[in-house]
Structures are given as C-alpha cells and as structure tokens.
Design a protein. Structure first.
Length: 319
C-alpha cells in the first residue's frame, strides 16, 4: 500500500456524527420489511456498518479524517457481493469501532464508484484522511482480511487517524447509570416526613435547626424557603392579582402575588414586582420585601443569572 498524505492542517478535524447515515439505512430497512437491502447483501446498519450513496459521500470523507473507513463497492446482481459483505461485517465489527464499513451500491451511486475508479464489483478500498487506498477486488478469504485491516490501521495511525466510533449506534445516547443519592441528614429526613404530612411549620422548624447546627448546609436554606412558600400559598386569597393591581402600593398584596409568580415558575416576574415595590416602599416595609427576595434567591439558586441581575438592582436601590 502506498503512503497516504497527512490530513491538511495536521491533526484530526474532530468527530463526525454518523447518525444521518445510520438513520438512512434504518429508514430503508423499515420501508422494506423482510427484503434484502439494496446493496445486495449489506446488513442492517450498526454503529460501524453503514450504507452510503452519492449524497453522503462528502460526509464519509470527513469521517475518514477521524477513523479509517473500509468502502465496499457492491451490486445487487452480484452474488460475490453478498458473500463479501457478510465477511467484511464480521471483521470490521471485531475491530470494536476502530474501523467503519461503508457499503455502496455502485449502480445506484455512480459518483462514488467513479471516485474510486472501480473497474468491477465487488471492490474494496480504504479511505484514510480523505485519500483512497486500494485493497482488493473480488472476494478475499475472511482469514486474510483481519491482517490486511491491521495494516490499514497502522497506515491510518501513521497519518494521525486514530479515532473510533461507538460499536453500538445507541451507545452515545444511552443514559449513564445515575449514582446512588447520598442519604439525607437526619434533620432533613424528618423535615421531609413532616412535609409529607402537611406539617409545614414543623418542617420549617427542623430546617432552621439544621441551619443552626451546620451553617455550611447549603441545601437547608433553599428547603426552608420552599417550605415557607408552600405554607404561605395556602393563605393567598382568591383575586389576589386583581387586588394587587388595584392597589400598587400595597406591599402585602405584592408579596402574595410574587409568591404565586414563583410557584408558577415566573421568577423574573416575582423579582420585578418586589423590586418595583421596594423602590417606593416605606423603610419599615422594605425589610419584609428584602427578606422575601433573599428567600427567592435561595430557591432559584445563587448562580442563576436572573438572581445576579436582581441582586444588582436591589443593591442599587439600597445604596
């Protein structure tokens, strides 16, 4: 095999998503249940076995800059093509993602066939860093394929192509096993049990105790703010929004509607409402508004950009 030129610019150009190629093969198989694939023996697509046509060829070239590709040019009328694809698939899958097999129906994809100057089918060519490396024509015994493909891998490594793809097409999408959650501290467990009973006052007392015992407990303040919100929501009167709209200077009405906003997920509305009220409130009313805002900040999370913006405005109103 002749040496392959290094990829332009040196190094790899990043992973290429194989999912469009796999999706195409899967769609074709689904449209023709029980029939042979159009390539005359190409297997259903897997993570390392794909069917391509003229439209996908540019993407295949890009893929070859990350992982070497074995391209099999076959035909529906060619019995040797069917036998070859079966053997190729086994050998490529044994490489565990270090090789990709691309099956091309040369009759349906004349541009790809012309690019590789295939004189007959089946023809097998390696594609490394965008450059073709002729391998063989006709059928090669399976026991001779493995050492040949090892040479392909060695040649690819010499040219900086050392990536791989998931052997299972769903491997990247499979959810990772979630770690077991750490057990809750005893006071938190008791507090959540009280919440389940609807005893918000007891839950709040337990969270306050947790904060007093461990000021570094960052979960307790947020939990306390949530419990107190749940407790207050039980007493918000019907028509609270209408009442607040009719009396913009009524701080208690603004606090009640802000609770409704936070409970409904409209945090920015709650922040804006209370900051507007803070701007015009009497000094003795400002303490209640500021305390409620701090509770909302704990509920939302101190790293949330909406909290940062509200803190800046509150600071400007204070000073």
């Amino acid at each position: 095999m002749a040496a392959v030129p290094s990829p332009p610019g040196g190094g790899l150009r990043g992973a290429v998503d194989l999912s469009p190629l796999v999706a195409r093969q899967t769609a074709q198989t689904a449209q023709q249940p029980g029939q042979q694939p159009a390539d005359g023996g190409a297997p259903a697509a897997s993570g390392v076995v794909v069917e391509i046509g003229d439209a996908e060829f540019p993407q295949l070239i890009e893929l070859s800059r990350t992982v070497p590709v074995v391209v099999a040019l076959v035909a529906t009328w060619s019995t040797p093509s069917q036998d070859l694809i079966t053997s190729l698939r086994r050998v490529v899958e044994a490489a565990a993602g270090r090789l990709v097999l691309a099956v091309v129906d040369s009759d349906a994809s004349p541009q790809v066939a012309a690019a590789f100057q295939a004189q007959s089918v089946p023809t097998v060519v390696a594609l490394i860093a965008g450059s073709p490396v002729p391998l063989f024509s006709g059928v090669l015994p399976e026991d001779r394929m493995a050492p040949l493909f090892e040479q392909v891998l060695e040649l690819a490594a010499q040219n900086g192509v050392t990536g791989s793809v998931p052997a299972d097409p769903g491997a990247e999408d499979a959810p990772a096993a979630e770690p077991e959650p750490e057990p809750l501290p005893p006071l938190h467990q008791e507090a959540y049990a009280a919440i389940d009973r609807g005893d918000y006052a007891e839950a709040a007392r337990l969270f306050r105790t947790a904060i007093a015992q461990d000021p570094r407990d960052t979960a307790a303040p947020a939990a306390l703010a949530q419990v107190e919100l749940l407790d207050r929501l039980r007493y918000v009167p019907d028509g609270a929004r209408e009442s607040a709209a009719a009396a913009p200077a009524d701080v208690q009405a603004a606090l009640a509607v802000a609770d409704l906003d936070v409970a409904g997920g409209h945090v920015e509305d709650a922040f804006g409402r209370l900051l507007d009220a803070f701007a015009t409130a009497a000094p003795d009313e400002r303490t209640a508004i500021r305390t409620r805002l701090l509770d909302y900040f704990a509920l939302t999370g101190v790293d949330d950009p909406r909290v940062a913006a509200a803190r800046r405005r509150l600071a400007s109103l204070l000073y």
